[in-house]
Design a binder for this molecule. Structure first.
Ligand code: THU
Length: 145
């Protein structure tokens, strides 16, 4: 497999990831905040799993789009991920995942690429380690410290 082919493939994967997170945002159940969020995670085998925020009349039970995607992915057998794209309706700046979702992503690796995506499909690439520096992770629970 030539290096060029791999680069092209990953470019295609990124644009698919971006469009799937935008589609997922359209499925958001957010009657209380009216703030739809979409997420799409890229598993190590190339599968894309999406999520949207799912709110509840008991507001604290709301689940963010990122966590919905992770939970679906785990149920479907995925535990290794390379990237996540997230989007909301804010057009004039790039918006990152909430702190709780950053921690949930950290459970499944420190090396995530994170694409902060605007409604027009433009995105800013960052990383989980940049978004959650000095994080607590599963590695800290290992006995042989
Ligand atoms: N929300 C997410 O889905 N992801 C985040 O990272 C931040 C917030 C949702 C939760 C709630 O339904 C709405 O956005 C407003 O907070």
């Amino acid at each position: 497999m030539s290096e060029r082919w791999v680069i092209e493939a990953s470019r295609v994967e990124v644009s698919e990831l971006i469009s799937k997170c935008l589609q997922a945002r359209d499925m958001a159940y957010c009657p209380y905040s009216r703030f739809p969020v979409g997420a799409a995670v890229l598993a190590a085998d190339g599968t894309i799993i999406t999520g949207c925020n799912v709110e509840n009349a008991s507001y604290g039970l709301t689940v963010c789009a990122e966590r919905t995607a992770i939970q679906r992915a785990v149920v479907e057998g995925h535990r290794q991920f390379t990237a996540i794209a997230v989007t909301c309706d804010i057009e004039d700046r790039f918006v990152g995942p909430c702190g709780a979702c950053r921690q949930v992503l950290m459970e499944f690796g420190t090396d995530w690429i994170v694409y902060l995506t605007k409604p027009d499909g433009s995105y800013k690439e960052t990383s989980l380690s940049e978004l959650l520096p000095l994080a607590f992770s599963p590695a800290h629970l290992k006995k042989d410290k």
